[in-house]
Design a protein around this ligand. Structure first.
Ligand SMILES: NC(=O)c1ccc[n+]([C@@H]2O[C@H](COP(=O)([O-])OP(=O)(O)OC[C@H]3O[C@@H](n4cnc5c(N)ncnc54)[C@H](O)[C@@H]3O)[C@@H](O)[C@H]2O)c1
Ligand SMILES: O=c1ccn([C@@H]2O[C@H](COP(=O)(O)OP(=O)(O)O[C@H]3O[C@H](CO)[C@@H](O)[C@H](O)[C@H]3O)[C@@H](O)[C@H]2O)c(=O)[nH]1
Length: 328
């Protein structure tokens, strides 16, 4: 397949681009490097430096070249940021995605994979683990923007026949099992890389946001899914799109509290993580755990790196080998 990967210089997109290349597909990365890194683009992928806000350049790229599938990772993606700047998140994520969807329709693209999110499920009164057909109640403007794009894709299928997979990742974590790629957000806001950096002495300490959530130890619970397992899910989902569109929740079905993550890092590394309590972060739901039975049943997906030790171990390995991250 000839694949266009938007946001392929970012964390999840680079790992999926690598997996596509490993399986013999052609990959072109579209990125504006707002949060991505040139060095994260896997060897063998081509680059088109384009901002999806630029309608003309986006349309030109989609029309000029032929694509078997477009995988759309590029977005503003931080829950906390979106609470501070809601209009910017809503506008930017929906506008850039609509530009891309329209360009795909005009360019004759038939298959589209979209990075959706567990942040669609913000409300606290729902079934856990969360099935794909659970009621949507975004807890943040970020989640709301992703829900709008899911709806836009439904209309693009209905009106133009664009087949889509909405993949609602729970918390992406870990690093390439062969050590080629890792997680390097700047600034970093994610729990596991921050806790690892605190443990390595690269930052003074980790703050754990909130101690009075309605969970066993009072800290938030998340379902961490290894980024290589996510990559496999993307490729399996493409195969589903011959005749139908799909929406899948993607997680391991097991939740870990923020304190359990800190203890896990201490266990895997044999070193302590310096931490202190911080204020709760506005927009954070207490518990997010996926019911991924639909993708398992329909595609045979079965996460290989589901243990916390695999997730933390690969993240730690990459960070120790790349203390400056991608160093750009
Ligand atoms: N990381 C997670 O835990 C997680 C969980 C659920 C969903 N997601 C979604 O997965 C996707 C990837 O997340 P990530 O953690 O890899 O983020 P990331 O910030 O590492 O990657 C995003 C990439 O998109 C590029 N980009 C952003 N806006 C662009 C634009 N307008 N034009 C061109 N390129 C642009 C950035 O430069 C970057 O390379 C996002 O859509 C995010 O919402 C992530
Ligand atoms: O310094 C920190 C950073 C995070 N946390 C907590 O750790 C948990 C996980 O936070 P984080 O790693 O920032 O991920 P989320 O906010 O859960 O969001 C991620 O996972 C979502 C899906 O669940 C995606 O939609 C988002 O794009 C992605 O950033 C939350 O309870 C945070 O409050 C801390 O306590 N201290």
């Amino acid at each position: 397949m000839r694949c266009l990967v938007t946001g392929g210089a970012g964390y999840v997109g680079s790992h999926v681009a690598q997996e596509l290349l490993d399986r013999g597909h052609q990959v072109v990365v579209l990125d504006n490097f707002s949060t991505g890194h040139r060095k994260a683009i896997p060897v063998g992928a081509e680059l088109r430096e384009v901002d999806l806000g630029n309608v003309e350049e986006t349309k030109y790229l989609l029309a000029k070249e032929k694509w078997d599938v477009v995988l759309h990772f590029a977005a503003l993606s931080l829950v906390g940021d979106s609470m501070n700047d809601p209009c910017h998140y809503l506008k930017r994520n929906t506008e850039t995605s609509l530009n891309l969807i329209q360009a795909c329709v005009e360019g004759g693209v038939k298959k589209f994979i979209f990075s959706s999110t567990a942040a669609l499920f913000g409300g606290e009164n729902r079934v856990v683990p969360i099935p794909d057909d659970a009621g949507i109640e975004p807890g943040s403007p970020y989640g709301e923007s992703k829900f709008f794009i899911e709806r836009a894709l439904k209309w693009a299928d209905k009106i133009y026949g664009l087949k889509f997979a909405c993949l609602r990742y729970f918390n992406a974590a870990g690093a390439d099992i062969h050590g080629r790629l890792g997680e390097d957000h700047r600034p970093e806001t994610h729990l596991i890389p921050l806790a690892i950096d605190a443990m390595l002495g690269r930052r003074p300490l980790l703050k754990i946001f909130g101690s009075d959530y309605p969970t066993n130890d009072g800290t938030c619970v998340r379902d961490y899914i290894h980024v290589n397992d996510l990559a496999d899910a993307h490729i399996r989902s493409i195969d589903q799109l011959e005749h139908k569109s799909v929406t899948y929740n993607l997680g391991n079905g097991r939740g870990f509290s923020n304190l359990e993550i800190v203890r896990g890092i201490e266990r895997v590394s044999g070193r302590s993580v310096p931490w202190e309590w911080g204020e709760s972060r506005i927009g954070d739901p207490a518990v997010l755990i996926a019911d991924s039975s639909r993708i398992r049943k329909e595609t045979g997906w079965n996460p290989k790196y589901s243990s916390l030790d695999d997730i933390i171990g690969t993240a730690l390995h990459w960070r120790e080998k790349n203390p400056q991250g991608y160093n750009e």
